[in-house]
Design a protein around this ligand. Structure first.
Ligand SMILES: [Zn+2]
Length: 96
């Protein structure tokens, strides 16, 4: 008597699957730069709404970008600055 059968259906990617997350995360930068078309943007937004790990990543990416923009007036952050910001954010989030 197992009414709760949540089998994975082949061909139907479940929310939060690694493949989908990779697909989304690979485009997060383009998404942040508004370089994706509307359909892709919606897809990414929808996934981020459903997928906590990705939203977490997205938050970090966006935080880094806005911080870099604010202090350098530039999208392109030097690697060392990027790393130090990321570390700071991770530490902050980790101790929360
Ligand atoms: Zn995801």
């Amino acid at each position: 008597m197992s009414t709760d059968s949540r089998e994975t259906t082949p061909g139907t990617p479940e929310r939060g699957t690694d493949a989908q997350c990779e697909h989304v995360l690979a485009r997060v930068y383009e998404f942040l730069d508004h370089e994706v078309d509307n359909a892709t943007g919606d897809e990414i937004r929808a996934h981020l709404t459903d997928c906590e790990p990705c939203l977490d990543r997205y938050d970090v990416e966006q935080a880094v970008k806005s911080l870099v923009k604010r202090c350098c007036g530039n999208d392109k952050a030097p690697d060392h600055l990027r790393v130090s910001i990321m570390t700071k954010i991770q530490v902050t989030r980790g101790t929360f």
